[in-house]
Design a protein around this ligand. Structure first.
Ligand code: GLA
Length: 377
């Protein structure tokens, strides 16, 4: 990827760039909990967005997306916002750095990636984190701390891309470390690295190839439901809510809001149960919790789809230890915790059954937990 970017960069701009990359992410458990002040358990993966970048001594940003084969040029003022959605991520990152008093000057960039788009692996967070990290290094002497880089990506989603997301994806993309998952408390922002290298199990992603697009999706509506219930309970977020409190206001809220909040309350506890189980090496419990998460996301939070439910059913039938929708939902991947010696048979059965029903096999991605945002040597 690096050679391809260098060639493209040199022929377009004729200067010498530096290289930066940031990663997509998986999440073991803790879905839709980040914007509710709860816990998440993500890790960065070996699929990245990489950019070749150099300052250009102008006040313009000139960027070429290799994968989309499109060139965009924009200024750094608010009214210069580009139309193209991919370019808005980069523009947003520039603007959010400037809003925080940081420096961004004109630059040239060429970028490409191998994070599958719309698969729930956070390709957009990888793009934001790659540029936030690069611009911090190039123009700010790395004075912006890493959490703030993640927040810059998150604010970009909120202010320039129409997705009211939580902090998980950008946090994982920036902070990820090889071989380690991270348990993040999204209220205090305290986190802990968790080595994840089970001897007998592995994680496999099955991509339904149902396109997941959070913008204009009911994602923002899910968040509003949670906020309404929290407000009704007199709390800032659902972090401190429990089922007794929720049941006490059941008749004052809509059935829909009730089930949304119920999922979040239960999911919060599941993350903690999974941490305990991991500490004991009890992967059976981890797997059970993953199935519970899937059921909750499908029935109570209603962010699944037929194809993902089918993949989950197949996993269950094959005796896979744990399986669930991963990420925002509405399409994308299931994440599967499977015994190493069952892996091949499971993947084969899932591909055959899925293809027989939907006319195409799911895509299969092994999970390799890797480093987050970095400058390439
Ligand atoms: C998307 C959002 C995250 C998080 C997940 C669901 O990936 O960007 O902030 O809310 O959905 O867990």
């Amino acid at each position: 990827m690096k050679e391809k970017l260098l060639k493209e960069f040199e022929s377009r701009f004729g200067t010498t760039p530096a290289f930066y990359a940031s990663a997509g992410r998986i999440n073991l458990i803790g879905e839709h909990t980040d914007y509710n002040g709860g816990f998440v358990f993500p890790g960065a993966i070996d699929k990245v967005i990489m950019a070749a970048i150099a300052a250009n001594d102008t006040d313009k940003v000139r960027v070429f997306s290799v994968d989309i084969n499109e060139y965009v040029e924009f200024g750094l003022n608010e009214e210069d916002a580009p139309e193209q959605s991919w370019a808005r991520y980069i523009f947003g990152v520039c603007r959010e750095i400037l809003k925080r008093g940081g420096t961004v000057k004109g630059f040239d960039a060429v970028f490409a990636g191998n994070v599958p788009l719309g698969a729930g692996l956070s390709s957009s967070a990888a793009l934001e984190s790659c540029f936030a990290f690069a611009l911090n290094d190039m123009f700010n002497n790395n004075s912006i701390d890493k959490f703030e880089l993640a927040r810059i990506g998150q604010s970009t989603e909120h202010n320039y891309c129409g997705v009211n997301c939580g902090i998980m994806d950008q946090f994982a993309s920036v902070m990820g470390q090889k071989g380690k998952l991270m348990r993040l408390d999204c209220r205090s922002m305290e986190f802990e690295y968790f080595p994840f290298n089970p001897e007998d199990y592995e994680l496999v992603l099955l991509d339904s190839v149902v396109k997941h697009e959070l913008k204009d999706s009911p994602y923002n509506k899910r968040r509003q439901s949670c906020e309404r219930v929290a407000k009704r309970l007199g709390m800032e977020t659902l972090r401190d809510a429990d089922m007794d409190m929720l049941n006490a206001i059941k008749t004052d809220i809509t059935a829909e809001d009730y089930f949304r909040a119920k999922f979040v309350i239960e999911e919060k506890d599941r993350v903690l149960a999974v941490c305990d189980a991991l500490n004991r090496g009890d992967y059976e419990t981890v797997g059970e919790k993953m199935y519970e998460t899937h059921a909750g996301l499908s029935k109570d939070y209603e962010v699944s789809c037929e194809e993902l439910d089918y993949l989950n059913d197949i996993a269950k039938e094959c005796g896979v230890t744990g399986s669930r929708i991963m990420g925002g939902g509405f399409g994308g991947c299931t994440i599967n915790l499977v015994k190493k010696d069952q892996r091949d048979a499971f993947v084969k059965t899932a591909c055959e059954k899925f293809e027989a029903k939907y006319g195409h096999a799911p895509k299969v991605y092994p999970v390799v937990i890797s480093d987050g945002a970095h400058k390439e040597a």
